[in-house]
Design a protein around this ligand. Structure first.
Ligand code: G3P
Ligand code: MG
Length: 245
C-alpha cells in the first residue's frame, strides 16, 4: 500500500511565514513528505510562490503580484509579518522551491492561483520548470480553475492534476475523470469512506484540505485518503507513526 502523503500547506505555515524557504525547510524537518504551495506570475513573467494576489498581507506592499517585477519582489520582506525572527525571508521563485526539494523525494503540490487574476501562460511555465527539474513524477498541479487543469493535462499528460473544490460536487470522481485528473483536493467535510473507496476504484485519489485537527486527521486516515494537506505536518506525522504507518 502507498503511504499517505503528508502535504505541508504553504510549508509548515503554523510555525513559519507561509510560502517561504523557512516554511518549506521546517516542513521537511517536521516529517512532511509533500509540500503544498501557491503560484502566480510577476509583471515580468516569473513564477513565484505566494498565496494572495496582493502583496499587502505578507510582504507589506499594497500592490498586486502581477503588477510587480521579480527584482522588486526580492526587496520585500516576506517574513517579518509573522514574527521578527523571520525578517528578511523573501518571496521564493518556484524554481527555488524545486531546487530545495529535488533531492529529497518530496511530492510538490503546485496550486495555480489563477482565479481572481488571470495569468495567461502560467500553465506552460509551471510545466516547463517541472520538466526542467525532472520532477514530473513528483508533482501534482492543483487549482480551483478547472479550465486550467484541463489545459495542463493537454500540455503535459504525464503530470498529475488535482481538482480543488469546496463541497457539493456530485460523484466528483466522474467529474475528475472527465478532466483526466488524478486527484480530488476536497474541502475536508466533503470526504467520506464510501466516496474515497468509489474514487479509488476509478483510480482517483483524495487529498483533502486543510486539516489541522488531530481527530479529523484520524477520521480521514480511516477513510483511506491518499494524502492530507495540513498546516501542522508534525501532528499528521505523529498520527501516522501512531498507526505504524
Ligand atoms: O490546496 C489546498 C488549499 O491550499 C486551497 O486553499 O486558499 O489555502 O490556497 P488556499
Ligand atoms: Mg493553496
Amino acid at each position: 500500500m502507498k503511504s499517505l502523503i503528508n502535504f505541508a500547506h504553504r510549508g509548515a505555515s503554523a510555525y513559519c511565514p507561509e510560502n517561504t524557504i523557512a516554511a518549506f525547510k521546517k516542513a521537511l524537518e517536521l516529517g512532511a513528505t509533500g509540500i503544498e504551495t501557491d503560484v502566480q506570475l510577476t509583471k515580468d513573467g516569473r513564477v513565484v510562490v505566494i498565496h494572495d494576489e496582493s502583496l499587502a498581507r505578507t510582504a507589506g506592499l499594497n500592490r498586486l503580484v502581477k503588477d510587480t517585477g521579480y527584482d522588486e519582489l526580492q526587496t520585500l520582506d516576506a517574513g517579518g509579518w509573522f514574527a521578527p525572527e523571520f525578517r528578511g525571508e523573501r518571496i521564493p521563485s518556484l524554481e527555488q522551491l524545486l531546487l530545495l526539494v529535488s533531492d529529497t523525494g518530496t511530492i510538490v503540490n503546485i496550486e495555480l492561483k489563477n482565479g481572481y487574476v488571470q495569468y495567461p501562460g502560467l500553465e506552460q511555465k509551471v510545466i516547463d520548470l517541472v520538466r526542467e527539474h525532472q520532477m514530473t513524477e513528483r508533482v501534482v498541479i492543483s487549482s480551483f480553475n478547472h479550465y486550467s487543469l484541463a489545459l495542463c493535462k493537454q500540455l503535459a499528460p504525464e503530470i498529475r492534476t488535482g481538482i480543488l473544490y469546496m463541497e457539493g460536487l456530485y460523484r466528483p470522481w466522474d467529474y475528475a475523470m472527465s478532466l483526466h485528473a488524478d486527484a480530488l483536493h476536497a474541502f475536508k467535510p466533503a470526504v467520506t469512506a464510501e466516496w474515497v473507496a468509489e474514487a479509488a476504484a476509478h483510480g482517483i485519489d483524495y487529498h483533502p484540505f486543510t486539516v489541522n485537527d488531530r481527530e479529523e486527521m484520524e477520521r480521514l486516515i480511516d477513510c483511506g485518503v491518499a494524502g492530507i494537506i495540513t498546516d501542522y505536518p508534525d501532528r499528521l506525522a505523529e498520527a501516522l507513526t501512531g498507526r505504524g504507518a
